[in-house]
Design a protein around this ligand. Sequence first.
Ligand code: PMP
Length: 449
Amino acid sequence: MERSYVIKPELGKTYPVISHGKGIYLYDKEGKQYIDGCSGAVTALIGHAVDEVVDAMYEQAKSISFAYRSHFSSDAVEQLGKKLAEWAPGSLNWTFFVSSGSEATETAQKIAIQYWQEQGNFTKNRIISRWMSYHGITMGALSMSGHVLRRKRFVPLLEDYPAITGPYPYRKPEGLSLEEYGMQCANELETAILRVGPEQVAAFIAEPVIGATAGAVVPPPGYFQRIREICDKYNVLFIADEVMTGMGRTGKAFGIDHWGVVPDMITIGKGMSAGYTPMAATIVTEEIIEVIQKGSASIMAGHTYSANPQSAAVSLAVLNYIEKNNLIEKSAENGAYLLQRLQGLADELPLVGEARGLGMLCGLEFVKNKQTKETFALSENVSAKVIAKAFEKGLLVYPAVGGIDGVAGDSVILAPPITITQEEIDTLIGILKEAIEAVSQELQQKALI
Ligand code: PMP
């Protein structure tokens, strides 16, 4: 094997080389087939090699791929902006384009701070988030994230933002109804705002369904309605981070739509361009833009590739494809089927504590003991073992590990392209079951369960 000059996630490991993909399948150069059970990093929303998207990409490239946003707008970017205004709830009609989810959340953070500054308020510059959260890898985004494993090395360099715990129904205290628990978790935000002082808090950010740190945790009913009330009461902006949940992934256009709550900003990425080119965005309300327009009239953010016509044309083609093929409805319907099949695994397999999810964003949590819900030590790498075994058998699964022993279990995310059929889901479940059973046997042999 020739030496590699590329820094990979795990140094020293040899990765198979991708050859091509079609629909929910990927093929490596050795000819091995994989089911993309997690759309890569919950990204390939409509599957691989969709002709309409590839054609749109080519057509755009033939006329113009890049024009700098300080010089030009483009038809592609204008049409995409209009489409997003149609998709987004309330007055979320303005979009600021970037190229990654981290840039989108960090832009939202900056817009929130600027929004208060434009009104003469220079102290409202802290963001409250939740410990069970991931909002991105750059320093500003990481400051808002509770992903302990990814924060660890950089803690001294991060903003010391306050964080509350996220709702985690599987591990809710006994004696509380789901609704009461939801209220209790949401009310933590009020306590945090009062502790810090409302005059210091610019915004609260949360993922509608918790992704990378816990594996598709759906909040209790009423949780986000209460969050909205608290934000309104204390003049705190509410940012819904929909980088993972947006664009139909959960069976509605945006995850937050499940609760009829309208945020002040929505961040999107991943599924927005479904992996065909890098693309992400921060969607902002009319009210915020009005304030900034009356003030300095320019948002102090932006990157070289912001609003490039190439990615805009691709993203527009992805959204058109979703609309044309009713994929949001399919995501809801077949997502419910996926969850039902995963619940079957949770009933059958001792290692699976819970199956959960919304639409085509589902998770499994592995536990040492189903009755007590005892977690595995992170050092036992249980979800990593399941992921490796599934990979070996031709199924891609995404890790969701919070990073504190005993607080959250090892989880994985199942989030295939929303184009997946029920027959394909059956095949996926078959492979996943074999992988989990193989890991269970291994753990039994080591007397770990
Ligand atoms: N927010 C959420 C909710 C995410 O899931 C992610 C990526 N996993 C990000 C932000 C960061 O996105 P990116 O990796 O594109 O920077």
